[in-house]
Design a protein around this ligand. Structure first.
Ligand SMILES: [Zn+2]
Length: 463
């Protein structure tokens, strides 16, 4: 993501969780079917979620953990109001399950009456009631009336080699760590609202003053909904993907011209990244305006959606970079996942680097003297700092994770050659598509993709 200060148009943030360690072999597949009611006027969101969880490991699971990442925004941005609370959990046999609210509602532990055996699946029905706060950065109802509801669903926590991902809440960054999963959503809103989702719309009916939208969001790492009464719509097609623009025209800076520009930039970036990374697999990519809360707008990426702070200042340069950066995240975090609390450089460093390439390819400016240099400054400011650290370990998160991460990749590209480097980036993405990558996975692709000795560079940046 990129946060954009109202005036300075600088910015960035994204972060880390992790686990309770036990060497058990648990692995899961999950999919979700959510039936929701959203009332922006009442500031309420309630939903009933059916989560199907299959144990694909070899050990039994006595408990399951779910994240509701939307509740993390209160923690990160010190927002008082607004929370999505689990009100009941039932198993497939209609038995109420005990659940424990943890980590300010970001994590829920569900106790199973009977262990979930290897190879078996179960259905949980989870009901939630939510209060939607005034928007702060990424979540809530903005003063301009657009509703931003990222990450509201309960999603199974990751179980990895360190056990369940139940690490403490991060103090900075995005903090997500999720497997790709299939989501189906029905959401009802008052008539007159348009709903945008990071999936594909499959139906929309209005009756008795209520509009019901249906979406499918397959192989996504989260579910996101935006809603507004005044969306202007735009559309572009790139390869097999329709880019759908939903822009709140009440937001300062959203004009006919700026909307078209952002769509053009998103389309260019998607086509450019398609040229050396695996083709973008989704049939839709949604672009919306970042909302303006208390003078801070935050560009953000989700699987199948991005928000961009739209401004025509400086010829829209910040919006251009925002579009390029967030589209790059469609691969780096969206398609190739990572633990944003442990190794955020794998999405932020890579997205920042890819943005420089995209800017170069666009011919917008001579990046040799500008974009790359900005990031190279971090090398001089923080020499020797390792980039593969969590935000809690990085004293200067943005400088280390974004800037030095970008600088590392640029120096690697200069060392191994552009063609070879773009090729090995494509290999890295293909090998980890829909999975979760670690720094070692990137290094494996790097070493397999070049004969050059880059060990000194790797030692300088990777701890
Ligand atoms: Zn980012």
């Amino acid at each position: 993501m990129k946060k954009v200060l109202m005036v300075l148009l600088l910015g960035a943030v994204c972060l880390a969780l992790a686990g309770c360690g036990k060497a058990r072999d648990l692995d899961f597949e999950a999919w979700y079917d959510i039936d929701a009611d959203l009332c922006p006027e009442e500031r309420t969101l309630s939903y009933r979620e059916k989560a199907v969880v299959v144990n694909t490991g070899t050990d039994e699971a006595e408990e399951l953990y779910f994240h509701i990442y939307a509740n993390m925004f209160k923690h990160l941005y010190q927002v008082e109001d607004g929370d999505i609370a689990v009100t009941s959990v039932w198993d497939g046999g209609g038995r109420a399950l005990d659940f424990e609210r943890m980590q300010e509602g970001v994590l829920y532990r569900m106790a199973l009456d009977e262990p979930l055996k290897p190879g078996e699946g179960m259905e949980l029905t989870i009901t939630c009631d939510g209060r939607i706060p005034d928007l702060e950065r990424k979540y809530g109802v903005s003063p301009d009336g657009d509703v931003h509801l990222p990450l509201f669903a309960a999603q199974l926590a990751v179980f990895d080699e360190d056990g369940w991902d139940i690490d403490p809440l991060p103090e900075e960054g995005d903090g997500r760590y999720a497997e790709a999963a299939d989501y189906a959503l029905t959401i009802r809103v008052p008539e007159g609202y348009t709903v945008a989702c990071n999936g594909t719309e499959t139906g929309c009916e209005t009756a008795d003053g209520v509009t019901a939208y249906r979406f499918r969001a397959d192989k996504r790492r989260e579910l996101v909904v935006m809603a507004c009464r005044d969306y202007a719509r735009r559309e572009r097609t790139v390869g097999g993907t329709k880019i759908l623009g939903y822009f709140n025209t009440a937001v300062s800076g959203v004009t006919e011209r700026s909307m078209d520009q952002v769509m053009d930039w998103a389309a260019f970036a998607l086509g450019y990244y398609n040229s050396f990374l695996p083709d973008y697999p989704y049939d839709t990519l949604v672009v919306t305006n970042a909302a303006l809360g208390s003078n801070v707008a935050v560009n953000m990426e989700y699987s199948g959606m991005l928000t961009v702070y739209i401004t025509e200042q400086n010829g829209g340069y910040a919006s251009r970079l925002g579009a390029y950066h967030e589209v790059a995240h469609q691969w780096f975090y969206g398609l190739v996942g990572n633990d944003e609390n442990r190794e955020p450089w794998l999405d932020e460093g890579f997205a920042t680097f890819a943005t420089g390439l995209c800017l170069e390819a666009s011919g917008a400016e001579d990046v040799e003297g500008t974009y790359w240099d900005v990031y190279a400054v971090s090398d001089e400011t923080l020499p020797g700092r390792k980039v593969n650290v969590g935000p809690d370990k990085a004293e200067v998160y943005e400088f280390v994770v974004y800037n030095r991460g970008c600088s590392f990749l640029k120096r690697l590209m200069d060392a191994v050659g552009r063609e070879a480097f773009l090729s090995l980036l494509g290999t890295y993405c293909r090998d980890n598509m829909y999975g979760v990558a670690r720094t070692e996975d990137f290094l494996s692709a790097l070493y397999a993709g070049t004969d050059r000795d880059v060990s000194a560079l790797v030692d300088e940046y990777i701890g």
